[in-house]
Design a protein around this ligand. Sequence first.
Ligand SMILES: Cc1cc2nc3c(=O)[nH]c(=O)nc-3n(C[C@H](O)[C@H](O)[C@H](O)COP(=O)(O)O)c2cc1C
Length: 149
Amino acid sequence: MPKVKIVYCSITGNDEEIADVLDEKFQELGCEVDVSEMGQTDTSDFLDNDICVIATYTYEDGIVPEEALDFYEDLQEEDLSGKIYGVCGSGDHYYDDYCRAIYEFGKVFDKIGAVSGANPVEVELAPEEEDINNLDNFAEELFTKFQNQ
Ligand SMILES: Cc1cc2nc3c(=O)[nH]c(=O)nc-3n(C[C@H](O)[C@H](O)[C@H](O)COP(=O)(O)O)c2cc1C
């Protein structure tokens, strides 16, 4: 069974909720899951896992939220070859760069050798029923990608 690491970045709780939804789904699939807040996490924690997930909000200044910058920079130094990754997060269509930080993290994962296992999931503010379905499918796709590799 795959080991899954979920790292979230959240101020008002929406991405924490996203991480909780994914945690529950991965556990249902039989995975060993560990969830942590980005500020409390070392990027090397991904090394010990098979599936790496980031859930982050987006803020209009900078490419990723300021509190995520250290993690974003450290991540570029890791080698995650052979790992499967998925990115998701919450944003607000009121802003121009909708959910941009998700894709910025996706680019880093690509650069450091991880393989995308599912399309990114964008959530408008807090996850609602449709978002929860999308997140459940996202987790299933990542899991299937691991099984088929
Ligand atoms: C000052 C400010 C700037 C924001 N800029 C963006 C943005 O550029 N793009 C976006 O999609 N959402 C933007 N948001 C919306 C947040 O990403 C959204 O509220 C998100 O749900 C917060 O996630 P959290 O509850 O996990 O902290 C912004 C919110 C605030 C308050």
